[in-house]
Ligand binder design. Structure first.
Ligand code: ZN
Ligand code: MN
Length: 473
């Protein structure tokens, strides 16, 4: 039997506006609880919302980046439910007339592109946060109440955990590029719900959708989908059935855990909000936002291929985040051997930093350029260059000073190298015999001995040439 996995995502993204969605309270993470609140975001009777223009602009930017239709008119609705972190008793959101619909985001590389549909993007407000300490009462922090969100709803176009993860990574990179959110999963500014079911491709029979709530890592998303596709397949193969379920992901045991069975659809009694008029986005606003859109990851990767002659793979890695791409370009302005630069950034630099959280390189692009120029000019050899870079990461400092301090300046004086070559040859008659008997490995050994003799500072190319010259005699 063959099964198809069907995955759709709902992603909540907190917008990086200065103030909240409908009031003037400061929108910032990590403040003293309940210090950024007012009658509007606390939902006190009689308080009236005023829509934040910046949140609307950010919503339009998201829509443009995801190739959506941006609607001239959209509507705010009240989604009614009771929960202690929502004092108003309803959430302001957009139900049937959201700001953006019908977009897409592409995943995969040039040979393997796949368009993932975006059903809609709606503007809404966040709820407060309930904190459940180990002991004592539940605590409530309303600072997050009224923080502007967009909810991005994908079409069920994803067919594996890997694809879901790739989509999410691409989405985050895109949103960070346009600067509308910091997209920190660990701080909850990007949160993801995953809907998964499977389909028997012969009988067309489908399993009930499992909704996995509030995944907080990309890896969790991938694993949760893989866990569910297996669980649902085993259930279907055993001829069992279940209702729709809501589940959560247990990161430690790597399994989904049943929270509740949904016998009926949620009924939020959506009603149009009476305090907010229809949201009108006229052509002027739309084109003002469009004219300020920055280059997006895909566009930038294409340009890197063309402008710097990089491979598709290198270009896509180097444009993975805006900060990394800026770092590459700022260095490339000073060091024109773009492929060598790409190798150094993708190897020696990227393995020391975690691009997932923050791009924190403890030196400037011009310092890396200076180091690569020293290597290119043969002041130091490649291996010494790696030592210098490691020091730049660990202790800081300028490449020229580090080269001086560590005494790494390359020896390119041929008579000095020749002396060392002769000494090594004198001490290793067996290797000479081996080389003459056709054992090429002997040469590598001798090169190593000369490099050792020079404490790693000899110009390796000259060592090679001089050794060959004397061996061929
Ligand atoms: Zn407020
Ligand atoms: Mn929502």
């Amino acid at each position: 039997m063959s099964w198809k996995t069907i995955v759709g995502l709902e992603i909540h993204v907190e917008l990086s506006t200065k103030t909240k969605a409908f009031c003037n309270c400061e929108n910032s993470f990590g403040k003293e609880p309940n210090t950024s609140v007012c009658p509007v975001c606390l939902g006190l009777p009689g308080a009236l919302p005023v829509l934040n223009e910046q949140a609307v602009k950010f919503g339009v930017m998201a829509g443009l980046a995801l190739h959506c239709d941006i609607h001239e008119y959209s509507k705010f609705d009240r989604k009614n439910y009771f929960y202690p972190d929502l004092t108003k008793g309803f959430q302001l959101t957009q139900n049937d007339r959201p700001i953006c619909t019908d977009g897409y985001l592409e995943i995969g590389d040039d040979e393997n592109k796949k368009k993932i549909g975006i059903r809609q993007i709606q503007l809404e407000e966040d709820t407060g946060k309930a904190i459940h300490p180990e002991e004592g009462d539940t605590l409530l922090d309303y600072n997050r109440c009224g923080v502007p969100l967009i909810e991005i709803v994908s079409q069920p176009d994803l067919n594996s955990g890997k694809e879901a993860r790739e989509f999410l990574e691409k989405l985050r990179a895109t949103l960070k590029y346009i600067g509308i959110s910091d997209c920190k999963m660990e701080e909850g500014s990007l949160r993801c719900d995953v809907n998964v079911n499977i389909k028997n491709e012969e009988t067309k029979e489908c399993s009930a959708i499992a909704e996995i709530k509030n995944l907080n890592s990309f890896r969790g998303v991938e694993k949760a989908v893989e866990y569910e596709e297996k669980r649902q397949r085993e259930m279907m193969e055993a001829g069992e059935k279940e209702e729709k379920t809501t589940r959560r992901w247990d990161d430690v045991n790597e399994e989904t855990i049943l929270m509740r069975v949904k016998y009926t659809a949620n009924d939020y009694r959506f009603v149009p909000d009476g305090d907010l008029p229809l949201l009108h986005i006229d052509e002027e606003l739309r084109s003002a936002v469009a004219s300020k859109m920055p280059e997006l990851p895909d566009q930038r990767a294409k340009r890197f291929q063309k402008e710097y002659g990089l491979s598709q793979y290198d270009a896509s890695v180097l444009t993975g985040t805006r900060e990394l791409a800026d770092f590459y370009e700022d260095t490339a302005a000073l060091f024109k051997d773009y492929n060598t630069l790409s190798n150094w950034v993708m190897g020696e630099v990227l393995r020391r930093i975690d691009t997932d959280t923050n791009f924190l390189v403890p030196f400037e692009p011009k310092d890396l350029a200076e180091l690569l120029i020293e290597i290119k000019n043969k002041t130091i050899n490649n291996n010494a260059g790696k030592k210098v870079l490691r020091t730049m990461f660990e202790k800081g400092g300028k490449p020229k000073d580090i080269i001086q301090e560590m005494g790494l300046t390359q020896i390119s004086d041929s008579s000095q190298i020749e002396d060392m070559v002769l000494k090594v040859l004198d001490n290793n008659p067996q290797s000479i015999a081996d080389f003459k008997a056709g054992k090429d490995r002997a040469l590598g050994f001798l090169v190593g001995q000369v490099m050792k003799e020079s404490r790693g500072k000899a110009n390796p190319q000259m060592v090679n040439e001089l050794l060959r010259k004397h061996l061929d005699k």
